[in-house]
Design a protein around this ligand. Structure first.
Ligand code: NAD
Ligand code: GLY
Length: 367
């Protein structure tokens, strides 16, 4: 399989996403990067034994000093304390302003390494080497970086673009099945919000994706990156359009925060959140029941939950509403949702609380 490149057009911050096989440990992938005396690879305890040495070797031909910091693995570690371990490694190794930070791992590592790069000495360059499906189709692209706060997901961070993204599809071979399914949630979201042909392609090819067929994965990663590139190029800092990429995330973030980070995977919460957002769109008369059913079936086939967890024994919907108040899309205390209109378009708007309560009451597991 040849490698492909998807451009992200952002004037002086433009960069390419390389997609293919045998890329991350090939020195050619990094030949165009600026020179630097130091590089810091940020990874975690699961990914380091699999891939860190190979990345270190690939970087040795170009960079003199290669340091690696290995973080604890898990969404529950996407915190200030873990972020500080990256700063400790940068300072402890006397990394200067030209130091390039490499994020080797999934979205948690990518978001934290990117935020560290954005703030260390007020900004050093960084490169994303995503190793989960979710990170390859979404989190490594577009420059959102950050950490969680106990009160809200991804509430502290920065927009900071990488110099390059290297998506090596071969790294997906070691990904646990549950993580592959979680990544498929972010793949599926691109259909209803932007490309109904892609949605139909996913309905036909979901089994091939679950079987990790290389051509199916390559097409899905490329198409998702193209759609994300198209959105980000128009609205880098989420003044409007970019919020559509949060389809399912308002409900999903409430699930993650409500259960405690790491209990459900981010992609699982988003998958279930998309079903809730579809049902809300239906109750608002924007889509028919048949379309809600098709999206639900696809999400279920991808191995994702379609019913939300119960977050409180009394007034479960009230608990969801309380958690959803802490959302970056909320305005003047009003919760706003990404809704779908059935023509491959999405938009952000508020919804009557009674309807949202109905969706939650009908869409959650009972205790
Ligand atoms: P993750 O980073 O926790 O990775 C999932 C698991 O897979 C981890 O245990 C990890 O160690 C392991 N892993 C990674 N690569 C592996 C490989 N090749 N083989 C075996 N195991 C591997 O989770 P994720 O789903 O990649 O990312 C979720 C995070 O991304 C969330 O924090 C979410 O908020 C964030 N996110 C950010 C954006 C953005 O635009 N910045 C977009 C979507 C999601
Ligand atoms: N994953 C949402 C965004 O990048 O905007």
């Amino acid at each position: 399989m040849n490698s492909q490149s998807v451009p992200i057009e952002l004037q002086e911050r433009s960069y390419g996403i390389a997609i293919g096989s045998a890329l991350f440990d090939d020195p050619h992938s990094y030949a165009q990067l600026p020179g630097a005396s130091h590089v810091l690879i940020v990874t975690n305890t699961t990914v380091a034994p699999l891939y860190a040495k190979r990345l270190e070797r690939a970087l040795h031909s170009k960079f003199a000093a290669i340091h690696t910091v290995v973080l604890p693995d898990g969404e529950e570690y996407k915190t200030w304390q873990t972020l500080n371990q990256i700063f400790d490694a940068l300072l402890g190794n006397h990394c200067d302003r030209k130091t390039i930070v490499f994020a080797l791992g999934g979205g948690v590592v990518g978001d934290m390494a990117g935020f560290a790069a954005a703030s260390y000495m007020r900004g050093v360059p960084f490169v994303q080497v995503p190793t989960t499906l979710l990170a390859q189709v979404d989190s490594s692209v577009g420059g959102k970086t950050g950490i969680n706060h106990p009160l809200g997901k991804n509430m502290i961070g920065a927009f900071y673009q990488p110099l390059k993204v290297v998506c090596d599809l071969e790294t997906l071979k070691t990904l646990p099945s549950r993580e592959l399914s979680a990544g498929l949630a972010e793949v599926i979201k691109y259909g209803p919000i932007a490309d109904l042909d892609f949605f139909q392609w996913l309905e036909r090819n979901i089994d091939a994706l679950l079987a990790r067929e290389p051509l199916a994965l390559a097409y899905a990663v490329r198409r998702c990156c193209e759609i994300k590139a198209w959105v980000v190029a128009q609205d880098e800092r989420e003044a409007g359009l970019r919020a559509i990429l949060n389809f399912g995330h308002t409900f999903g973030h409430a699930i993650e925060a409500g259960l405690g980070y790491g209990e459900w995977l981010h992609g699982e919460a988003v998958g279930c959140g998309m079903v809730m957002a579809m049902k809300l769109s239906h109750r608002l008369g924007l889509v028919d029941a048949a379309y809600v059913q098709r999206v639900t079936v696809l999400i279920e086939k991808a191995g994702l939950p379609v019913l939300g967890p119960c977050l409180a024994t009394s007034d479960n919907a009230g608990r969801y509403l309380e958690l959803m108040q802490i959302d970056k899309k909320a305005q003047d205390g009003e919760i706003r949702f990404v809704l779908i209109d059935g023509t491959g378009r999405a938009f952000v708007r508020a919804a009557p609380e009674a309807l949202v309560r109905e969706v939650i009451d009908a869409g959650c597991l009972r205790l």
